[in-house]
Write a protein that binds this ligand. Structure first.
Ligand SMILES: NC(=O)c1ccc[n+]([C@@H]2O[C@H](COP(=O)([O-])OP(=O)(O)OC[C@H]3O[C@@H](n4cnc5c(N)ncnc54)[C@H](O)[C@@H]3O)[C@@H](O)[C@H]2O)c1
Length: 305
């Protein structure tokens, strides 16, 4: 198939591109390199350094390459930035997504699979692991944008019959993750510990997250791109791990002797989160294959270089 991967020079997108190429697909990448890196771009892919907010260029690329399916990973994904600059967040995450769907329906694209976000969409919740049926009450412009993307996807399915899968990721980690972003607590811990730099933990470190390994997220994307599931699906492990646990495992794996320093908890930060993956398991038999210990081992090895 001819597949467009937006954000294909980024952490998750570049892993998806590699897997699609290994499976024999023709892959086209659109990425503006705002956080993506050229050395992550698979040389067998056709790469366009382009912005998804540029509707004309997006349409031209989709038309020229006769794209059949789109895997949309490009995003403004910094929650704090979305609070500081909601217009920019909406421009990239909402308008950029509309540009893709508009080009999709004009050029006969069959399906769009895109990265949504479990944590950001459900907001604070006591129901853990959280199922897809949970009310969506995002408390950031980023979360609102991800939810709006899902609503647009439903609209394009209803009116133009473009299939879609919204994959609501939990906290994704693994090799290639950027250490600059706020999402990458594991990437930050691993790189700092390997450099023997002090590690800071917000609050007491007993807050939990659902850490899912990038290869499992790739598998969910490939299954969604080639299968026939339509709608929103969580991609997580249903397991809650504390930040302190993550620190201890990485500390051990990296043979580090750096200390952790607890600093003030971030205001409004979610205390606990984990996503139920029952829906994805029941529909396509997806389950997370990599446990935290072995995923962290692969991550630390990659950061060791
Ligand atoms: N990493 C996580 O834990 C996590 C959790 C939930 C959802 N997500 C979603 O997964 C997707 C991929 O995230 P990632 O962790 O790989 O981040 P990333 O920053 O590594 O990848 C995003 C890519 O999109 C590109 N990009 C950003 N704005 C663009 C624009 N306007 N035009 C073209 N390209 C643009 C960046 O250059 C980058 O290569 C995002 O949609 C994100 O919202 C990630």
């Amino acid at each position: 198939m001819n597949i467009l991967v937006t954000g294909g020079a980024g952490f998750i997108g570049s892993h998806i591109v590699d897997q699609l190429i290994a499976k024999g697909h023709q892959v086209i990448i659109i990425d503006n390199l705002v956080t993506g890196q050229t050395d992550l771009i698979n040389p067998q892919a056709v790469f366009y350094q382009e912005d998804i907010t540029n509707a004309e260029q997006v349409n031209k690329i989709i038309q020229q390459h006769q794209i059949q399916v789109i895997c949309h990973q490009a995003a403004q994904l910094d929650v704090r930035k979305s609070v500081q600059d909601p217009q920019y967040d909406a421009q990239v995450n909402i308008i950029g997504t509309i540009n893709l769907f508009e080009a999709a329906h004009k050029n006969g694209v069959k399906k769009v699979v895109f990265a949504s976000s479990g944590g950001a969409i459900y907001g604070d919740t006591d129901i853990l692991p959280t199922p897809e049926t949970h009310p969506t009450d995002p408390i950031s412009p980023y979360g609102i944008a991800k939810l709006v993307m899902e609503k647009y996807a439903h609209y394009y399915k209803t009116i133009y019959n473009i299939d879609y899968t919204a994959l609501r990721y939990s906290n994704v980690y693994g090799p290639r993750q950027n250490t600059q972003g706020e999402a990458g607590v594991i990437a930050i811990f691993a790189s700092r510990m390997l450099e023997n730099k002090e590690v800071f933990i917000n609050g007491d470190g007993e807050n939990t997250r659902d850490f899912v390994f990038v290869q499992d997220v790739v598998d969910a994307n490939i299954a969604a791109l080639t299968g026939d599931i339509v709608g929103a699906y969580n991609v997580g492990t249903s397991i809650q791990s504390t930040i302190n646990q993550v620190f201890d495992i990485i500390h051990n794996l990296s043979n580090s002797n750096v200390d952790k320093k607890h600093i003030e908890a971030k205001l409004g930060e979610q205390k606990h989160s984990s996503l139920s993956y029952d829906k994805l398991q029941e529909s396509i038999n997806w389950t997370p294959k990599t446990d935290l210990e072995s995923g962290l081992q692969q991550t630390v090895e990659w950061f060791r270089g």
